[in-house]
Design a protein around this ligand. Structure first.
Ligand code: ATP
Ligand code: MG
Length: 385
């Protein structure tokens, strides 16, 4: 008898011929996430098992797995050699201190096991009722379910608890994206959403030293570190944006400040994406949240991108829904630290809500767009997390 952690995957069963690729990728991602824990990761039909895990490491291991996209759920199970006697013994032991209602659910991957699933559930259920007078059966909404999973290799897993995990697809299965990471609440959540769909990530942050300070930069590095747990590592490009902001501030109408900044940010992000082999730009934009996120503003920033798609996973979310996710993934507390982002430097009192594309394009003829972009790209710091 031993303890094992059963790890179930999401959606991989939908992937016909590529299934092997997805299974291997998820295997490698799990292996990487739990590399500091002493245990064995094995693949059995339809799932993975983590064996030889010390009791002390179970919680840490589950916590690490929570950040691995592609995992549907995990269960801590007792693993025994398949036999009626063994299952009975474990079932009675698992249920001995329980009170309330229960049911038993048996799955027979091993059809050689002689008793049919429903009969076996009934038989074990009857034994439990006999040994624990504080329990009664409720097959519709029991307080707990005892699962008996009879596997092919003469092993049976018995468990009562299933913990829901991140879901999604394994990181690395959906290409790479360049996320525009500010110090705010939204873009870390957008990063998480795309990692969850299997994207590898790199991030770009624009800062305006000395208008924004060292602490603002550290905050973004901290956010990037948290995201890197979900994205299997992250490279952060920190671009000095000061010269661009000063040029816009000096030469162009105040109300167009943010609109023009966004276009520069998009262009630089696309160049970095191309250089790093990323196939998409990701932002934390959310429709209507602020003046720079109206359809017209989005049109204006989108227009600065040549080819790549701009993915906006939060476009239809409410702020409270975003905050909920930020809290769950552990970025919220850092995001709300009160350091300035470059967008608040030279912030216009009344930013334009419906920028006009013709105007925006005309304004850019008044700047040395190419030279400013080149300079900014040459003033980029790269941090691998
Ligand atoms: P966030 O909470 O992500 O900062 P926000 O609600 O403050 O978003 P905006 O400031 O309008 O919204 O920014 C919209 C998006 O533009 C951000 O989600 C982010 O993807 C990108 N962005 C804004 N500022 C920066 C920055 N300094 N560096 C990199 N990307 C940025
Ligand atoms: Mg912001």
């Amino acid at each position: 008898m031993s303890k094992v952690l059963i790890v179930r995957w999401c959606e991989i069963h939908l992937k016909g011929k590529n299934r092997g690729f997805f299974e291997k990728l998820l295997y490698d991602n799990i292996k990487h996430a739990i590399k500091d824990i002493n245990c064995n990761l094995v693949r059995i039909p339809g799932r993975y098992l983590i064996e030889n895990l010390s009791d002390l490491d179970v919680e840490t291991c589950i916590l690490k797995l929570k950040a691995v996209s592609g995992i549907h759920s995990v269960s801590l199970a007792t693993c025994i050699e398949t036999s009626v006697e063994n299952v009975k013994k474990v079932a009675l032991d698992v249920c001995k201190d329980k009170v309330g209602t229960f049911k038993v659910e048996t799955k027979r991957a091993d059809k050689k096991f002689e008793i049919q699933s429903t009969d076996f559930s009934r038989m074990i259920g009857a034994e439990i009722l006999k040994s624990n007078k504080n329990l009664s059966v409720d097959v519709h909404s029991p307080n707990f379910t005892l699962y008996i999973d009879i596997r092919e290799n003469n092993k049976t897993h018995v468990f009562t608890n299933t913990i829901k995990m991140m879901g999604g697809m394994p990181v690395g299965s959906s290409g790479k994206g360049m996320v525009m990471l500010s110090g705010g609440i939204d873009s870390p959540v957008a990063s998480y959403m795309m990692a969850k769909r299997g994207m590898k990530l790199e991030a770009v942050h624009f800062h305006s030293y000395p208008y924004t300070g060292e602490l603002a930069k550290q905050k973004v590095i901290e956010l990037a570190k948290i995201i890197s747990n979900y994205s299997q590592g992250l490279t952060l490009h920190i671009v000095k944006f000061t010269e661009i902001q000063e040029a816009i501030h000096e030469k162009l109408p105040e109300e167009y400040m943010i609109t023009m900044m966004r276009r520069f940010m998009m262009r630089i992000s696309e160049r970095l994406a191309n250089k790093q082999g990323a196939g998409a730009i990701i932002t934390g934009e959310c429709l209507g949240q602020v003046a720079s996120q109206t359809v017209e503003s989005i049109t204006s920033s989108q227009n600065a991108v040549n080819v790549l798609p701009v993915l906006r996973p939060l476009i239809g979310f409410d702020k409270l829904e975003i905050i909920d996710i930020a809290t769950n993934i552990g970025t919220y507390e850092t995001s709300v630290l009160p350091y300035e982002d470059c967008c608040t430097v030279f912030l216009p009192k009344y930013p334009v809500i419906k920028p006009k594309l013709e105007k925006v394009e005309y304004f850019e003829t008044l700047l040395n767009v190419e030279g400013l972009i080149e300079n900014a790209l040459n003033n980029t710091e790269v941090i691998k997390l």
